[in-house]
Design a protein. Structure first.
Length: 401
């Protein structure tokens, strides 16, 4: 049985016992039985299975399963592939499945993201733009991502802005032998899918946290034991320092997101909200708690942020090699206008194969995928006058610490 335990932050602050929140809106087994594979650090990944909100009324759930009855076509996964991407459109308030689609995909390179007016699906070397009812509107073949040998790494990354109106594709190539790398960037309009910007950068941007607004791209760089964030307008190549993290870096955290052209969140040993170079909010994590790499959800044009925190226990296998095991997992939700954590949800039991979560666009619901189970929890309502507030209106003075 999948249990959501929602902890009242006011109760924790006052030293009261935490209480189970109201029953989730619904919970159910939505992913069919599958043959599990071995996925390293499964609680971080999103390729094999993930959940996202299409809009306030609908969820998209996807899973990649292995069909032994099919062979892999070198020409295209659309022709034949044992890796099958299954996607379901689900009513957010009831859990009812509205429709489903299936495509051939590859062993890696699967993603589904919701843009402002539809859905973007990646299946290996193919990108599809779908309408909100899963009708295919456009299909694009990605440029050749042939690695070109053992010493060359090549792949694509996709990033979407907090407004869901801009999508960035990063085609990076890294030549390990020559110690050279290159990124080719394309920024598309989230509504029309028209190309807005294209440019190249060297060295490549890969293996680091990257985020975009509707005008700029930013990334985290480790320099002399510190994390620094750099930003540039699209296609300008004029990288400027945006912020220096005051503490030690977090090589594996990678929880960073632009929520405006000069505002962003960063999570390492604590959660930080920064705007125009000023730290407006900090929320220190518990001892041994670390943000789960790459796991975050942004809602209401950047007002609400959900991230995941974990505790890892190191054990030793039969050969006395150290092995990391997940011991605790939770989702925390922040309201960046009110500058506070508004919900903590402990995940129990711990997932064995799949784990993901998503905020509804209006920030009123939190959906959680735990293995084959999906649950939707209603989040605390904020004061009516604050609902009209926007992250862009956050004052830039430094909040009291």
């Amino acid at each position: 049985m999948f249990v959501l335990i929602c902890v009242s932050m006011s109760a924790l602050a006052e030293g009261h016992r935490s209480e189970v929140c109201s029953v989730p809106l619904w919970a159910g087994v939505l992913i069919p039985k599958f043959e599990p594979g071995h996925v390293k650090r499964y609680w971080e990944g999103r390729e094999e299975a993930a959940i996202t909100y299409l809009d306030d009324d609908h969820l998209i759930l996807h899973q990649v399963h292995f069909d032994r009855g099919q062979l892999a076509s070198r020409q295209s996964a659309d022709i034949s592939s044992p890796f099958r991407l299954r996607a379901w459109l689900i009513e957010a308030r009831s859990g009812a499945k509205v429709l489903s689609r299936e495509w051939g995909t590859r062993s890696a390179g699967t993603a589904i993201i919701a843009n402002h007016r539809g859905v973007i699906v990646r299946t290996g070397e193919t990108i599809r733009l779908l309408s909100s009812d899963f009708v295919e509107l456009q299909k694009v073949q990605l440029q050749d991502i042939d690695h070109g040998g053992e010493d060359v790494l090549a792949d694509w990354d996709m990033h979407i802005s907090a407004s869901r109106r801009s999508v960035l594709f990063n085609h990076y190539q890294v030549n390990l032998e020559k110690k050279a790398s290159l990124s080719r960037f394309n920024v598309l309009d989230g509504d029309s899918f028209d190309l807005k910007h294209t440019w190249m950068e060297t060295p490549a941007l890969h293996d680091t946290a990257v985020s975009i607004s509707d005008k700029a791209i930013a990334y985290v760089k480790h320099i002399h034991g510190r994390d620094r964030i750099f930003i540039s307008e699209f296609a300008r190549g004029n990288w400027k320092p945006l912020w220096d993290h005051p503490g030690e870096d977090c090589y594996d955290s990678n929880v960073f997101a632009l929520i405006g052209d000069k505002s962003f969140i960063y999570a390492c040993r604590e959660f930080s909200l920064v705007s125009d170079g000023h730290t407006l909010m900090r929320d220190k994590f518990g001892r041994g708690e670390w943000p789960v790499s790459g796991k975050l959800s942004v809602a209401d044009n950047g007002r609400f942020i959900a991230i995941s925190l974990s505790r890892i226990k190191t054990i030793h296998d039969v050969d006395l090699n150290p092995v990391d095991r997940l011991s605790e997992l939770r989702v925390v939700v922040y309201d960046l206008v009110l500058k506070k954590r508004i919900q903590t949800v402990d995940i129990s039991p711990l997932p064995q194969h799949y784990y993901d979560f998503a905020l509804s666009p209006d920030g009123s619901e939190l959906a959680i995928l735990n293995d084959r189970n999906v649950s939707v929890c209603e989040l605390p309502r904020q004061p009516g006058e604050m609902q009209k507030a926007n992250v862009a209106n956050i004052p830039t003075q430094v909040a009291s610490q």
